[in-house]
Design a protein around this ligand. Structure first.
Ligand SMILES: [Fe+2]
Ligand SMILES: [Fe+2]
Length: 491
């Protein structure tokens, strides 16, 4: 009997939870949708008025039962009356939209009190959706505007300083990512020059820079991968080595490596081509195919790299794996490639990681000897064709996943005829085809400094996606420098 009662209790709790979930989800979607509509239509538009009425009716029911109706954002999570809003696949874009509106105005929470009138709600929604606020103190500015309108049953609270600090940090992260990236290129240049003059390479600086890259990757992986679109034609090896270092750290992180291992991996990737210092420039930059003899010289950069590292004055500070990576980063998973191993049948994991990042960065970079520079997705397709021969199949899956279907930095054309650059990939499988993109032309092809849009955004009226990628394009053909767009973000 007791057992039966318990079961009934649990069942009724479950059904209560379902009702609450449904109710909260509905008010959240209706509220976001009304805001969206307010941005499209005039304040007296019938569609907008209808939407406000629905929100008002829902709100009244809740206010009758619970005496308050509060939307609150905390740690990138939306709460309604202290219950976390769990959203389904289709409502995710509403969440993104709403959180963005809260952030712009630095609003932490919005409370509606029981005597709220429909007209008041309508005016509030319209203001919240459309009012441009002073950038210096957006919250105070917006609060004043509401007061002036005589809206007294809607109470705002400012975003918590911690949350605000986290938002500010995102900007700072981008700025320091850019700084660290260029410092790394300069440091590598200096290291190569010092090596030529048989001076000490400042390995402590190398470790500090790579440590910063490791930290920045855990804060903003997308932006770091975006920076690897920087391809300086004249200083290929420097730029390439820094790109490979960043990509290897991102890749290693996805493979679950510890921070200390990521640091060693990054340092190894950073110096993987140090042996190229011995290769004559006319071979490095030769237009067209290398002769057999030239190829032999080129292939020596792996051995020569190891020789250089061993005689470094600071060799004891160098992770031992750097030697493996320098020697093995052109070896194939099936042990062909170069240099040939006669007895060893095992390639170090770090070497396999660097091999993939090296290949990817190299085929996507314009070089005098390469007729066709691949786009980032073409490079992944080519790598997948080489799965099991040149590349380790299980590692390649993780790599392909990291780069994405539409890799960060891809130039794409949308179904709206706008051109855009992919700026942020989604880790959820369901959204792989819907990354965030920055619009760079309008629908008739005029260049614009457009906004960053999320391709999961839907039109609230038609419930169809606003934009969809039609196909990816080769930026070289359109004379577009992808790296400029990433650098502009970190001004
Ligand atoms: Fe190499
Ligand atoms: Fe390389």
């Amino acid at each position: 009997m007791k057992k039966n009662n318990q079961k009934e209790d649990i069942d009724s709790r479950k059904s209560d939870e379902k009702v609450t979930f449904k109710k909260i989800n509905e008010i959240f979607i209706r509220f976001s949708s009304a805001l969206r509509t307010a941005q499209i239509f005039e304040a007296n538009n019938i569609t907008f008025l209808k939407q406000v009425h629905i929100v008002f009716t829902l709100m009244q029911n809740i206010l009758e039962d619970e005496k308050e109706a509060v939307f609150e954002f905390k740690e990138d999570t939306l709460f309604f009356n202290n219950t976390r809003v769990k959203f389904a696949f289709l409502s995710y874009h509403y969440f993104k939209f709403l959180s963005n509106e809260f952030r712009i105005k630095e609003v932490g929470s919005i409370s509606f009190s029981p005597d709220l009138a429909e007209q008041e709600l309508r005016e509030f929604i319209y203001l919240f959706a459309n009012e441009k606020v002073n950038e210096k103190n957006p919250f105070e500015d917006f609060e004043l505007k509401i007061e002036r309108k005589g809206i007294s049953h809607v109470l705002l609270e400012k975003i918590h300083p911690f949350e605000l600090a986290a938002l500010m940090k995102q900007e700072e992260v981008k700025k320091s990512a850019k700084k660290v990236f260029f410092k790394s290129v300069t440091h590598l240049k200096e290291s190569f020059e010092r090596e030529k003059q048989k001076k000490r390479i400042r390995l402590k600086t190398t470790r500090r820079l790579v440590q910063s890259i490791v930290n920045l990757v855990s804060k903003d992986e997308s932006f770091m991968i975006g920076l690897t679109n920087i391809k300086d034609y004249d200083e290929y090896t420097l730029n390439h080595s820094t790109n490979v270092c960043v990509l290897a750290i991102c890749f290693g992180k996805r493979l679950g490596l510890e921070k200390k291992e990521l640091l060693d991996l990054g340092v190894s990737a950073f110096f993987h081509d140090i042996g190229k210092l011995e290769i004559p420039k006319k071979i490095l930059d030769k237009k067209g195919k290398l002769s057999k003899k030239e190829r032999k010289i080129m292939e020596k950069h792996t051995y020569q790299g190891v020789q250089k590292l061993i005689i470094l004055k600071e060799f004891s500070f160098l992770p031992i794996k750097t030697l493996y990576v320098t020697l093995e980063h052109h070896l194939w998973a099936n042990l062909s490639g170069y240099p040939r191993y006669w007895k060893k049948d095992h390639i170090d994991l770090f070497s396999k990681i660097v091999k993939m990042c090296d290949f990817f960065d190299s085929v996507t970079t314009k070089r005098p000897y390469r007729k066709h520079t691949l786009t980032r997705d073409e490079a992944v397709s080519l790598m997948l064709e080489k799965s099991g021969t040149e590349f380790d199949p299980s590692l390649l899956k993780v790599f392909a996943n990291m780069i994405g279907v539409y890799p960060i930095g891809s130039l794409v054309v949308l179904n709206t005829k706008e051109l855009a650059i992919v700026t942020e990939a989604k880790s959820e499988v369901a959204f792989l085809l819907r990354p965030k993109v920055k619009l760079i032309t309008d629908r008739i092809g005029n260049k614009i400094d457009g906004e960053i849009v999320d391709l999961i955004e839907m039109d609230p009226e038609t419930m169809e996606y606003k934009r969809t990628i039609a196909k990816s394009l080769n930026p070289n053909k359109y004379n577009i420098r992808i790296s400029d767009y990433f650098l502009a973000q970190a001004q």
